[in-house]
Design a protein around this ligand. Structure first.
Ligand SMILES: [Mn+2]
Length: 328
């Protein structure tokens, strides 16, 4: 019943759209923690496609220069993800700050088509701000709003952000973009009023905050998620995993840690149940690809965050206590 896939690992050592630097070192830490080998040991075939941008060590760039670099990265990443999916592979994108999803999900949209793609955002945050509701203009808090092509608003916390927003809509996000009824969230606990306003406009029931996990338990949440996915009719699912969804006790190495997150077993049960949903034979939907973002080795304690992230991805791709290789 379970199937092997061909994984393309894609590195994005880029963090200029985050709050603090350091997640540009995330891909290196995840590779050193043997992500590719561990996926291969499960029975998948894995190709590391290298990085879409070069690792830079400069920090003091202007907003305009940071965003020019970001846009070049989004374009290159979108192209690589689109190619990977069209070749029948499953991209696993290693970040980097969460704004990279503007590129990865744009590529998945191009490869899968708007009606066939759903996105599951596993994160403490909604990442649904637009230039009007973002005080900083940091795009790592805006990727889903950009992907859904929300209006940029009438004013802006950062005066340069609206122009960048327009360029991203013109050059990177496909039109039509991500459907607002094709996005779900799991693990929320730090959401801004502006984001709630945007979400209410979606008229969806697809946001499971930590309280919902407390009440329903993870299997209950996944039952509701499965019902929601079937209702959307989407055939492909992109999973965007921000390590800050995990509790900071497990994953301290991240830029915007929020306490009260997923416990070790909640996180793994989520990944294990997603695997069962996505890889079962005859499922209405399958995995398009994955982002693994916001691992910041400079904030980490003894690599705990990179270790937790690699373990989570392995659970998502079928690792079990009593099953060593997925087709055995
Ligand atoms: Mn995020």
């Amino acid at each position: 019943m379970l199937s092997q896939v061909s994984v393309d690992v894609i590195g994005v050592p880029f963090d200029l759209c985050g709050k603090i630097p350091g997640s540009r070192l995330g891909p290196a830490a995840l590779r050193l923690r043997q992500l590719s080998k561990d996926l291969r040991d499960l029975g998948h075939s894995v190709t590391d496609r290298g990085d879409v941008v070069e690792l830079e060590y400069s920090l003091a760039d202007s907003y305009a220069s940071k965003m020019a670099q970001a846009q070049a990265m989004y374009s290159a990443l979108a192209e690589q993800v689109e190619t990977s999916i069209k070749n029948g592979s499953t991209p696993v994108v290693l970040g980097g700050d969460h704004s990279l999803s503007i590129g990865s999900v744009s590529g998945a949209l191009k490869a899968c088509g708007q009606d066939d793609l759903a996105v599951i955002w596993v994160d403490a945050h909604m990442d649904l701000n637009n230039p009007e509701t973002s005080p900083s203009g940091n795009f790592h808090g805006m990727p889903l709003a950009a992907l859904c092509r929300l209006d940029k608003g009438s004013k802006s916390g950062n005066p340069e952000a609206p122009q960048v927003w327009d360029k991203i809509q013109e050059d990177i996000v496909p039109n039509p973009g991500l459907r607002t009824d094709r996005v779900a969230w799991i693990g929320l606990r730090d959401v801004d009023p502006g984001e709630i306003k945007h979400y209410n406009g979606f008229q969806g029931e697809s946001a499971w905050a930590m309280q919902d996990i407390d009440h329903l338990g993870m299997p209950g949440v996944l039952d509701e998620l499965d019902a929601w996915l079937r209702k959307t009719g989407a055939k492909k699912v992109w999973i965007s995993f921000d390590v800050d969804s995990l509790d900071p006790v497990l994953a301290p190495g991240t830029g915007t840690a929020v306490r009260g997150g997923l416990t070790y077993r909640e996180g793994h049960l989520l990944a294990e149940l997603l695997f069962e949903m996505l890889f079962r034979s005859g499922s209405a939907y399958t995995l398009a690809g994955v982002d693994l973002v916001e691992v910041n080795p400079m904030e980490d304690a003894k690599s705990n965050t990179a270790i937790a992230a690699v373990e989570w991805i392995c659970s998502l791709f079928g690792k079990r206590t009593m099953v060593k290789r997925i087709n055995d």
